[in-house]
Every structure is written in structure tokens, then in C-alpha cells.
Design a protein around this ligand. Sequence first.
Ligand SMILES: [Mg+2]
Length: 442
Amino acid sequence: MISRAKPAKNPPSRTSAEAEGQAFTQEGILSQGEVLPSGPAITSSRSHPPRSKEHAITPGPSASPARVLLVDDDLQVLKSLQRMLQAAGYDVTTATNGADAATHAGKRGFDAILSDIRMPGMDGLQLLLEVRQHDLQVPVLLMTGDPSVSTAISALEYGAQRYFTKPLDPQHVEREIQRAVQLRRMARLQQQAADLLGNDCMAADRATLEGSFERTLRNLWMAYQPILVSNTRAIYGYEALMRSTEPTLPHPGAILDAAERLGALQLLGRRVRDLAAGPFEGQPDAILFVNLHVTDLMDPSLTDPGTPLARMASQVVLEITERASIDHVPDARPRVAQLREMGYRIAVDDMGAGYAGLATFAQLEPEIVKLDMSLIRDIHKNSTKQKVVRSMTALSQDMGMLVVAEGVEVPEERDVLLELGCDLLQGFLFAKPGKPFPEVMG
Ligand SMILES: [Mg+2]
């Protein structure tokens, strides 16, 4: 059983002056950017003589203790760990179940999370997955009274830092927490250094992220959502949307984010395009909408005539989001022209939600405009949205472009969009994205 432990001390090899120097250096770096919570062991004022004048540092948020989230349904273990960590100078938040812990973790940043595995409801492994959805960096340490190979493997796979078996050795746990907090700090410093140098390298958990991403690529599949002709409700085509069964990257945003961090966007794009084409083989009349990332425009394989997608190019609409600027794509115009020569059509996606605005639109001169769902949501209740959509639709049609309204969810939205003249409709009201090919309702 855990007993109350002594406050953490500086490693004996480090002198007070060295410790002061380290504190000064850290705060010196941090004062230029984001501040880091300082761990209790290195800068604890109790264990050092008062700072000399020339080393005086304005106390700031960096003086706040490291934050630890502690999770266990066993109250006795929870209390004794809490006492131990508080005595060591940590700011401790406790939870007795995974769901409460996930809520805490979503609200504030922790420097380390120590959680039991077996708990009623959301267990420690599920908590780890939940945390990884919005924080790839925070060290998570798991403990269990019921060790097994399968939980140990899952813990490693999802990027847990340590796996303790109960009964716990308090000194060991405390050392590991201290180490986790230090690694967390180092990861932040690496990120700061990378930002400072304009370097986009990922810090500590690149290997974990790579593992998640590789599994995602292996089990990636495409869902298809019908796009309908608004007045006849005939199927015009299908948008291919990537899906993965990989729990650590559970939605397209997380997958794209990981690909971007790993410099693997083109790899992902190729996989998506090859998969998307699959179900359309031998279906010469079906139209396929495929999402491109702007960096895909620079991928030579996009204009390779031998790919499955290129072989059906005249049936394919390439969607390029208005959320990203294509300004950094060299020769965007000739690249897009080459795609058109191959038979592809171009759509501007997420129109109205973007930051790139007119520049992307003007460079692409799309055949199809997809209005962002944020413009469509509750359009029947919002006369300003109606005006904007009416004008965009009229102008697009004047320029010979088809207009798709995305994200149509209720009949009232559909009716207004029909009245405003949108050519094509897409959304949950008609069909959710699914395996080829979902049935149409609404
Ligand atoms: Mg799209």
C-alpha cells in the first residue's frame, strides 16, 4: 500500500547554482512565448537559497506547479497517491472514473495523467484513447491490479508512457511521474525551438503518431455520400469520404492532421484516390467526387495517367477546399489546366467557410461550387444566409458553374435551397455516408 512520501528533492549531483541556472534558462526561453508549468523538483524555492539580484526573475505563471490528473475508482489508493503527489509539490486533480477524468482532461491541460485501468464505465485504456484525440503529447501512466498482455499491448499501442502493476511502489511511481513531467516539458521546449526555427518537426511522440498513422493507412476505407439533382432527386454522383477503424485517429480531421505533421499528406492522398476509384470500375455513368488537399496538386502521381482514378477522369470531380490557400502551390494554374486536359472537373469545396477566398476561387475557375454546411444550417430561419446563398448561386450559374448545397439535414432547409435555385443537394436528410452505395431518402 502507498504511504506518504517525502517531497521530491533535486538530484544530489546538481548544485543549487546549477539548478538556479536551469530555472533561469527555462524562464528566459519561456518569457518569449508560451509559459510552461514548472515541476516541483527543479525550481522549488524551499530547497534553494534566495536568488541573488542579478538572477532575480519576475515570478510568473511558469512558477505554478506541474498539474497531474489522478484517476482511480479505489478511493484508498486515490487518496494515498493524492497525498504523496501533493506532498511532492504537484497540483493534483482527482477523478474516480474515466468519464469524469476525460471531462477534466478536455477542460485543462495536464502535465501528466496517472490512471487505473480497470474502472466501471470508461476504463483507463478508453480514457487514454479519449485523451489522445485532442492531446498527443500528455504523458499517460497506467496502473493495474490485474495485469495482462492484452492491456499492456493496448497501453503501448495507444502511447501510454508507463504501465505499473499494483501494489505500487510509491517512490517508483513518484520518480516516473517526475520523469513524465520533465519529458512533457522537453517536448514543449522542442516544439518551441521548432517554431522558433520555422521547423515543423514533431517532438516526443512522433513514433506513436507514426504507428497510428500506419495502421490508419492499412485499414482506411471509403464511405460514399450521394449528391442529388435538387428538383428530380435523381442521383447525380457520390462524394468519397475517408474513414478509418483506427481508434487513435478516429475521424478524417485527425487523420489529415497526423498526415500533415508526419509530412505524409501525399501518401494519404494517393491511398484515398486509389481506394475511392474502386467501386466505380465498370460503372461508366456514375460520377465520383474526391477530396484533394492542396498539397496533392503538387504530387506527380495526380497527373499519372496510369492510376485507377486517372483512367476514369471524365467521371471525376476533384474537390479542393476553400479553407486552404493554394498560393503556395507553384504553377497552380498550369497544374489545374493539366488535370482538366485529363478529363477531370474541379470543384471548390467548403465555399463560404474559407479563408483563402477569392484567390483560390479565381485560380481554380471551378466547374462546381460546393457551399459549406455552415451556410446551409438553419437557412430557413436566417434571411441573411438566404440572401448570400441566393447571390452566390445566381453568380455561379452566370459563370456556368453548378452549385451543390452540402450538409442538408432537415426538409425546411431542402425546401429553401430548392427555392434559391441550388442545382444539387447533399446531406444526412437524403443519406449518410456509407459503404457503396447508401440508399436515398428525403
Ligand atoms: Mg468535400
